[in-house]
Design a protein around this ligand. Sequence first.
Ligand code: FES
Length: 563
Amino acid sequence: MSQEGIQRAGGELMTGDGADALITRGLLRGAGVPSELIGDRPVIGIANTWSELNPCNGGLRDIAAHVKRGVIAAGGIPLEFPTISLGEAFTRPSSMYLRNLLAMDTEEMISSSPIDGVVLLGGCDKTLPAQIMGAVSADKPAIGLAAGPRPLSRWAGADMSIDDLWPLLDKRRTGELNDTSWAELEACLSCGVGTCNVMGTAITMAVVAEVLGMSLPGSALLPADSPARATIAEATGAHAVAHVESGITPTQFITTAALENAFRVICAVGGSTNAVLHLQAIAGRLGLGIDIEDMRRLSAETPFLADVKPSGRMFLHDLQADGGVPALMGVMAPLQDLSALAGNGRPWRHSARPMSESSNCLTSLDDPKGAPGTLAVLTGSLAPRGALLKASAATPGLYRHVGPAVVFDGVEDLRARIDDPDLLIEADSVLVLRGAGPLGGPGMPEVGHLPIPTRLLDKGVTDMVRISDARMSGTATGTVVLHVSPESEAGGPLALVRDGDLIALDVDGLRLDLLVDERELRQRSRRPTSLRKKARGYDHLYRHHVLQADQGCDFDFLRGDHD
Ligand code: FES
């Protein structure tokens, strides 16, 4: 089959009759690829983050086989290649520290390989956003497929999702969970491959990818073990070929409208705060911005619509049964710009579906699950460039709170002292963790969900105001202020806080303030920055180029506005 008119990225390497093409095609033939067809057919790379060091993506090796079938059936040639893969639980100091490396790996492999388009197979938290960032910068035709959520566990006779783990970890700290139960808990977490099974970061990013047009409508919530995944994987492969034929690339369809649609959907599902960082990084790659005022406007006009955990009560399969992202886009139609393209290459208005009358988990704009403002973007003297709080997962009684700071300098200090019986702390104290931002962490580890001291847990305290320049798992809940920018290591005011200083949080007023006199603050010295630390290799690159949270922690030289 001849594909006339298609711009072939492989150029002379795949289609020419010189020495380079002879060697390239000859080597492919040796590997079993029908290279005599390559000159005529689009070559589709399959960037696969399958890895035994990343069980969340453990199903992607099998999925790649189905994608290949779809590519071949549509007249293309599939060539699968590996990139690095980042498993949340397996990567230190944090997977976020390496997200940009995976993005660079993906971009360079797409750009430098003789492929005409690419299918991105990702899943665990950082893999999908990094792949999208890389694909946007490479700007060849691209489409993705997320790994899908893993099955639920069973614990104490009931279904258990990953967010249920957090209170159990607290019970272990207070001694309520004995060694036998602890061992049972480990066994019950072994419920199969796939990503975390609530609206945590991985699934929020799968939803974001679907809304952005980076995956097919209806794909984000399909469980990792669903038989329907084979079909959608084949369709994804076929659409990759179609995208090459039409010549459409990510920079053409990830527009400001698409980015705003995605941000509203994050709000509507009570999605992960991490997804905001990734969306800001993707926008930055395009030379587009989502600033504080944009986020506040979008959050203020979007109610909480999906009663799904961790912000709500129900499971992902309930949202999927209600129609998944296409139904969500249908419900949100008055808010969304449905001229933005879906992954099938058509405007979203063709894929958005009306809400079913039997919907359980998805609610309507007229009768939402919760009020607008699920994501509170705070500013104030403690966060001049912003901080984030997932209001839908916080305690309303703490929305307005003034309390004395208890300060921890980094994760080691936190671990060493949080349960110290001599620690001066009460239920109204404000826990502050610094030195855990993009530079300080490094990589903003997910430690912003500071543990409540066991002494207070024993007294029945279940939530406290917690503030940091770190991130938290998208599966966690609580009155947790994250991503304080600038971070302490970059000279932000968090560095000046002392034990006992009063801090005021006002979620409705979108404020976070340090109630200390300015003259007093000027006299306090700032901590040295980590740029003075010795660094080599990737660490050197990271420390000299990583941006703050309000710019998505991308590297400065990878942004679209970098010259
Ligand atoms: Fe991989 Fe949650 S740890 S998706």
